[in-house]
Write a protein that binds this ligand. Sequence first.
Ligand SMILES: NC(=O)c1ccc[n+]([C@@H]2O[C@H](COP(=O)([O-])OP(=O)(O)OC[C@H]3O[C@@H](n4cnc5c(N)ncnc54)[C@H](OP(=O)(O)O)[C@@H]3O)[C@@H](O)[C@H]2O)c1
Length: 252
Amino acid sequence: MKKVFITGASSGIGKALALAYAKRGYSVGLTARREDILQDVAQACEKLGGIPFVYQLDVQDAEKCKSVADQFMADTGSIDIAIANAGIGGDDGLFSGDSNQINTILSTNILGVTNTLIPFIPAMKAQNSGALVCISSVASFMPLPFHGGYSSSKIAIRMIFDSWRPTLQKYMIKTVSICPGFVDTPIVKGPARRFPMKSAEDAAEQFLKVIDLGYSTYIYPWPYRILVLIVQLTPERFYNWLIKKMFGKPIT
Ligand SMILES: NC(=O)c1ccc[n+]([C@@H]2O[C@H](COP(=O)([O-])OP(=O)(O)OC[C@H]3O[C@@H](n4cnc5c(N)ncnc54)[C@H](OP(=O)(O)O)[C@@H]3O)[C@@H](O)[C@H]2O)c1
């Protein structure tokens, strides 16, 4: 039986990934801060044919991440796929005079990923197989006003994976950066909800395929690949004008 470990499994993409793997009969490590909700996800996983293991976890806590990873491998015997999905959105608090807001985004979305994945690497290296997955974002290809923390956190984890990839390939460990555009989950708030969104279930089904195939960087859904290309070719001044129009008034 295969084993997958998922952070942020209480909601949205993480929950959809958990259910999709459960449907395929995996042992599924479910982690998040809200344990009560995880218990509901665990029940749904069981009904679909998976074997759930629930662990309460804040990904900002490096020690706890290590002990939960060790516990999951002790509970199931090994690890096949570790998915660092937990993440938060939000603006930078640019005019707040307080760096807490942006720092919490950076810490959750960057250190949360390294805290989650590093503990699994020795076991994957020893067994000469495995897959590490991070959920980056299309926002890692385009600066969004007042969301520098979010965009840069998603660039950082993609870059970390790009750096790890050649080394980990030697041990048959895949490193898959998934970059979604808008997916209909609670993280998408305000004017962003005007944009077309894929469902978390559709997204998860597609992500399972690309993880299996061992893609390096995967932008989803496909029209965002064209958008990313256009953004990369667009002069900065025009891009700034356009993005302000699209995302409305700046946050004060
Ligand atoms: N939805 C989109 O349009 C979209 C687009 C691009 C990228 N993404 C990325 O996809 C990932 C999943 O987001 P989502 O859309 O599914 O949003 P979501 O429904 O809000 O889910 C976020 C998950 O992360 C968990 N989480 C947040 N902070 C945590 C912490 N400190 N420790 C442990 N778990 C934590 C939450 O659980 P608890 O609150 O229970 O801890 C929740 O399960 C994120 O990394 C996000 O940046 C989403």
